[in-house]
Design a protein around this ligand. Structure first.
Ligand code: DGT
Ligand code: CA
Ligand code: CA
Length: 600
């Protein structure tokens, strides 16, 4: 089908015309592009059926654009487009994908420096050829380089934590429309993958036009890629520029309207993953069935489709939580018989199982909130306890605490603990537990030789101590492994924070022999952290699964530096679920007394 190719060309023509500062025309081409993009019928068929006249009946397509479609169908080329490209031979879509660059910028950069693509642009910015051009400053150059770096690093993917709150908001708004009967997010967002390519939303509606009208006119939309009765696609600005990303660039959302009787199968299909789908489809075929986004069929007869659990049942499986749908053994596990359980799938930890957060920072080490504010926020979350674990002295920029300050902090925490318990419920959630407790820990530093930057006598007085690597990330593998294992041998260290040190889209894990680390953790009774920061999510799913298999306990923490970060817990739990972790694998699912015993 040539529809999308033509749409792409018309989008580009619109960009070129916009670059030339031409009024109205770009908009006409954009409209035609969107229309072609969403057209169900093959444009070639339309032409065959009714010639130019039929093409002109396509919404947004007038005489001149119809001629161009005809030309493309006959010759595979559009002269007008080629002339535009010849005049300005730039990779326009690629260049305007950079945050700091629009069509007009592309034009002046081409005219003054012959910049055609990202490589040219990067070279020019690096050699400071852009500053000094009329309308450009040193800062523009920096922004361009930052934009390019971001684009390269993320390859168009977003952190789940960056967009999840906004996705929930959009779902909430759509849900309020009376035309929306059912709605769910699908794709990688539903699977809670750590990074997201695009967002997929499914809707059941008898009046899809109304839903689509709303969808394509939400505030913050940068581009409407497509609008149609069954599928629309937009690019929208992310709300947050938090989490160290800094550059605002849009992310894409696809909205599909599906038939009510097929909603379950559509949800199953569009949740993916692709690998999981291939495996479920194969299973269906083995049973003489056909599985697709419309339903489960025996010959022509539809035997399941309106609800997702029914779809799984029809092909001989039970429902599988989306976080596990990666074809990493989940299907085999459902098919396996296990004594005392429905099947071999783990009963993964639920989003309600966490009783407290035990890696949080306060204003004592330069965090944003006081211990009391952090505690109040934890109480509002319904927690039983909160662990304050400020950085220690090696981290001077983070105002790390020394032994003396730790003692002073303990006094403050004792005072607050006296003040806090047994208060009347006054939060909007109304669920203040009556014996909330603040614990004092510390996030100490593992120095280069594996020693800890706080003396044992001081560590002993804490409720527990965490150790993490915050410096010299680039050690050789053997040395790094030894360094971490030595820290684990310290009898007062109970938890290793963000154990592999990776930062998504920024930094790889440090070199270390993770199997050796796991064996040491097992031997010394060390708890490994699942850090919930959107950019960390460290341990990752694979490592969580390995740790669980070895019987190593884990803890899900947010590493909050602000009360709002406590909400990251959901991301950490999702990661734990993706790593097949069960409630008992995670120590902060335990009530306070049990937790303290584990940390002893
Ligand atoms: P993303 O967007 O890259 O973060 O990842 P997904 O998983 O959301 O992928 P996406 O948006 O391309 O497609 C959504 C779902 O649709 C995907 O998880 C499974 C299904 N799907 C897409 N393409 C195919 C395909 O070629 N074969 C099968 N079996 N399923 C597909
Ligand atoms: Ca997707
Ligand atoms: Ca998609």
């Amino acid at each position: 089908m040539k529809n999308q190719e033509l749409a792409q060309i018309f989008y580009e023509i619109a960009d070129f015309l916009e670059m030339e500062g031409i009024a109205f025309k770009p908009y006409a081409y954009q409209k035609a592009a969107i229309s072609l993009d969403t057209l169900e019928e093959d444009v070639a068929e339309i032409y065959k059926r009714g010639g130019l006249k039929a093409l002109e009946k396509i919404p947004g397509v007038g005489k001149s654009i119809a001629e161009k479609i005809k030309e493309y169908l006959k010759t595979g080329k559009i002269r007008y487009y080629q002339d535009l490209k010849k005049k300005m031979p730039v990779q326009i879509e690629e260049l305007i994908a950079i945050e700091a660059v629009g069509p007009k910028t592309v034009k002046s950069l081409y005219e003054s420096l012959k910049i055609k693509n990202i490589e040219d642009l990067e070279k020019a910015a690096r050699s400071h050829k852009i500053r000094g051009l009329p309308g450009f400053q040193e800062k523009t150059e920096k922004n361009i380089l930052q934009g390019i770096a971001f684009l390269k690093r993320s390859k168009g993917r977003f952190l789940l934590g960056e967009i999840l709150p906004q996705v929930k908001e959009i779902l909430g708004q759509l849900k309020t429309l009376k035309e929306v009967e059912q709605i769910n997010v699908a794709g990688s967002v539903r699977r809670m993958k750590e990074t997201i390519g695009d967002v997929d939303i499914l809707v059941v509606s008898k009046k899809p036009e109304k839903v689509m009208d709303f969808f394509v006119s939400m505030p913050g939309i940068i581009k409407v890629w497509a609008k149609g009765p069954t599928r629309s696609s937009i690019r929208i600005y992310p709300h947050s520029k938090n989490f160290g990303v800094g550059i605002r660039q849009g992310f894409d959302i696809d909205l599909r309207v599906v038939a009510k009787k097929s909603y379950g199968s559509a949800l199953q299909y569009f949740t993916g993953s692709k690998e999981h789908n291939i495996a479920t489809r194969r299973l269906a075929i083995e049973k003489g069935l056909k599985l697709n986004e419309y339903g489960v069929f025996r010959d022509k007869k539809m035997i399941a489709g309106w609800r997702e659990p029914g779809v799984y049942r029809a092909i001989g499986l039970s429902w599988i939580p989306p976080e596990l749908r990666e074809n990493q053994g989940e299907i085999e596990a459902v098919l396996r018989q296990v004594q005392g359980r429905p099947n071999g799938l783990p009963k993964i930890i639920s989003y309600q199982d966490i009783k407290g957060d035990i890696h949080c920072h306060s204003d004592w080490d330069g965090g944003n909130n006081s211990i009391e504010e952090m505690a109040e926020a934890a109480i509002t979350m319904g927690y039983e306890y909160l662990g304050i674990t400020d950085h220690t002295k090696f981290l001077r920029i983070e105002q790390g605490l020394d032994e003396k300050r730790l003692t002073q902090q303990k006094k403050e925490i004792d005072k607050l603990n006296y003040k806090l318990p047994g208060r009347e419920a006054d939060s909007p959630e109304g669920c203040i537990p009556n014996k909330f407790r603040i614990l004092q820990g510390a996030e100490t530093n593992i120095l280069n030789d594996g020693s800890i930057d706080i003396k044992d006598e001081a560590l002993k007085k804490l409720d527990y101590a965490i150790a993490g690597i915050h410096s010299s990330f680039k050690m050789p593998k053997a040395k790094m492994t030894e360094r971490i294992i030595r820290a684990m041998k310290n009898p007062y260290i109970k938890i290793i924070s963000h154990p592999t040190g990776r930062i998504l889209k920024k930094r790889d894990e440090y070199q270390c022999d993770f199997e050796k680390i796991l064996r040491a953790a097992k031997a010394f009774g060390i708890v490994l952290e699942i850090n919930s920061q959107p950019g960390r999510l460290d341990l990752n799913d694979q490592n969580i699964r390995r740790a669980k298999e070895m019987g190593i306990k884990m803890v899900i923490n947010t590493d909050a530096h602000h009360i709002s970060h406590l909400k990251f817990m959901e991301l950490g739990i999702a990661q734990a679920r993706r790593g097949w972790a069960e409630k008992n694998d995670i120590i902060n699912t335990q009530p306070l007394d049990k937790l303290l015993k584990i940390l002893k």
